[in-house]
Write a protein that binds this ligand. Sequence first.
Ligand SMILES: Nc1ncnc2c1ncn2[C@@H]1O[C@H](COP(=O)(O)OP(=O)(O)OP(=O)(O)O)[C@@H](O)[C@H]1O
Length: 259
Amino acid sequence: MIYATESIRIQNVNKLFSTPAGPIAALQNITLSIGEGEFFCIVGPSGCGKTTLLRILAGLDKSSSGNVSITAGDCGRPVNSMVFQEQSIFPWMTVENNVEYGLRMRGVAKKIRREIARHYIGMIGLSQFANAYPAQLSGGMKQRVSVARAFANDPEILLMDEPFGALDEQNRILLQQELLRIWEGSGKTTVFITHSIDEALCLGDRVMVMSAHPGTVKTIIDIDLPRPRDIATIRTLGRYNELYQQIWLALREEVRGRK
Ligand SMILES: Nc1ncnc2c1ncn2[C@@H]1O[C@H](COP(=O)(O)OP(=O)(O)OP(=O)(O)O)[C@@H](O)[C@H]1O
């Protein structure tokens, strides 16, 4: 898949962790680029370095060698927003205050940030809960708030580390569909880690399969399924099954290799 503009460039990235038992090679020679507006999914066996790579992209960790560059446009915008698996919203703030938090930190005027927050709260179906506190919400609702907050923040790139991993299946499907709808409207470059081949296929433009320890790029597969996508119908397509097989075969070798 060819993108007109590159959003993220990762060149020869290696990551070594020092531990009392000696160095651990988490990432080895990762080179790839992600296009502007692309939805890029990462799958790989547990411990292959997915989170490490995302943390390096987020600037939360440094690579041991190699380069990462993110094309930044409007200098008033944050470079990235991250959504984690565990809920990371502030328990002492209402839904609305949580969603507008990043905008407030950037000094966006109250009226404008309220408008933006309400827009995204509406998109995730929580308008009636705008003034509720996280303790009054279910796990799925809290995760919706995290997603709305990330989009409201209007970053250059969105980084999502298994954001729906802890949800039950019904909630996961609803959130995947909502994420697709918001993402399709925003055109934001998104990097999304998941353990689910199905989730990667439903959401992604491309799926990178990582090899087991140390993590390398095993293969990157184009997901040529039509958009806009409806989660329920996408799974009925023959092409979905072919791509599923392709990803599973690449992944199976890595999962087996660890045994
Ligand atoms: N701070 C750290 N110190 C030492 N080793 C670390 C540290 N963080 C991660 N590692 C090691 O780096 C490797 C990659 O870890 P990482 O969490 O990135 O994997 P992952 O693919 O996200 O795993 P999972 O799918 O289980 O979440 C693992 O071997 C892990 O033990």
